[in-house]
Write a protein that binds this ligand. Structure first.
Ligand code: AHG
Ligand code: MN
Ligand code: MN
Length: 329
């Protein structure tokens, strides 16, 4: 009788790639998986648990914080801080970095996360997600924000949890992209999508067309091309980055949240939205650009800085970016 490849077993097999491994990363990731299961159970019964609706507070970006945002944020922090594998964390919902409580030993990783992505979709039962990015630091270092401001190339792990029709965890450590589906009757994630590769070119474009009056010419020209008979593309836009990204990762396609006259630096966050998804998409054979260059090569200046994001099938991203590149005379 085959039990199937559980995430726990997969992590142990991955660890065997590093004979001198301390097992710290595996233990850290196992804490993260527990957080994922807890958040998943809350998302699944959000309408019942009286946690719907805006919590009435605003996050650091002046955005209404939904109760589920706060709950996901607290769950992540409380589940991850006592393991002794992290030195600090950074959350979309928190102004400053969160040092691990003095009563726990400090580890040699830091994690950045968007605890609940797609918050505007919580109350209407549309898929939301969690996005995370892990960096290695000197063991036990008393980190400052500066230790987090590393280019995406330095991530040791990146992933997301998608609370969709099923709960999936998709991650990479630089050895391919693997997807696991939660079996709620067992409470374990099972390998369902090994070594995910994104099609070179897709038939889907994802952009918020409500912003078209703010678009720069390059965006308008590219979207016009995407809608033309020759391209034969379909528009799909959920409004939850993780959901739009995951669909395009599996089917092929392009997601764009470009800079425009309203959001001159783009809307999405470099450190815990763009970078982790860029690591994943590149490992799956795709591309991620800010319209000028590779997302993963950007040197961050602030923890919560925004970036334009064009991400997905390589051929589609390259074509879209070519519409921004003003031909040199
Ligand atoms: P978050 O809920 O973490 O703030 O993220 C919301 C993001 C992202 O999930 C989505 O792609 C984008 O906001 C949608 O923005 P618009 O509603 O402006 O299209
Ligand atoms: Mn988000
Ligand atoms: Mn969020």
């Amino acid at each position: 009788m085959s039990v199937g490849m559980t995430l726990t077993k997969f992590l142990h097999e991955e660890q065997r790639r590093y004979p001198n491994s301390s097992g710290n990363f595996t233990a850290l990731f196992s804490d993260l998986v527990i957080a994922a299961k807890i958040i998943s159970s809350h998302v699944r019964r959000a309408g019942l648990a009286g946690i719907l609706g805006a919590a009435g507070t605003q996050n650091v970006h002046g955005e209404e914080v939904q109760k589920l945002d706060e709950l996901a944020n607290e769950t992540f922090i409380k589940t991850m801080e006592h393991g002794g594998h992290l030195s600090a964390m950074a959350s979309e919902e928190m102004d400053d970095i969160i040092h691990v409580d003095g009563k726990y030993p400090r580890g040699n990783y830091v994690i950045l996360f968007d605890p609940l992505d797609g918050s505007s979709n919580i109350d209407v039962n549309i898929s939301v997600g969690t996005i995370f990015s892990i960096l290695k630091i000197e063991k036990g270092k008393n980190v400052t924000t500066k230790d987090f401001l590393k280019p995406g190339m330095e991530q040791v792990c990146a992933g997301y949890i998608l609370y969709g029709s099923s709960t999936m965890l998709v991650y990479t450590t630089g050895h391919g992209v693997h997807g696991f589906t939660l079996d709620p009757s067992v409470g374990e994630f099972f390998l369902s999508h090994k070594d995910i590769k994104i099609p070179e070119k897709g038939k889907i474009f994802s952009i918020n067309e409500g912003n078209s009056r703010h678009w720069l010419p390059g965006t308008a020209l590219y979207i016009e091309k995407a809608k033309s008979n020759g391209a034969g593309m379909s528009a799909r836009y959920v409004g939850s980055l993780v959901a739009d990204f995951h669909r395009n990762l599996l089917k092929g396609g392009i997601f764009l949240y470009p800079a425009d006259m309203k959001s001159t630096k783009g809307k999405l966050r470099l450190m815990y939205e763009a970078n982790p998804l860029a690591f994943i998409v590149e490992q799956a054979g795709g591309a991620a650009s800010d319209g000028e260059g590779r997302i993963m090569e950007k040197t961050p200046s602030e923890l919560h800085q925004r970036t334009p994001l064009i991400i997905g099938s390589k051929a589609d991203v390259e074509e879209a970016v070519s519409f921004w590149k003003v031909p040199t005379a």
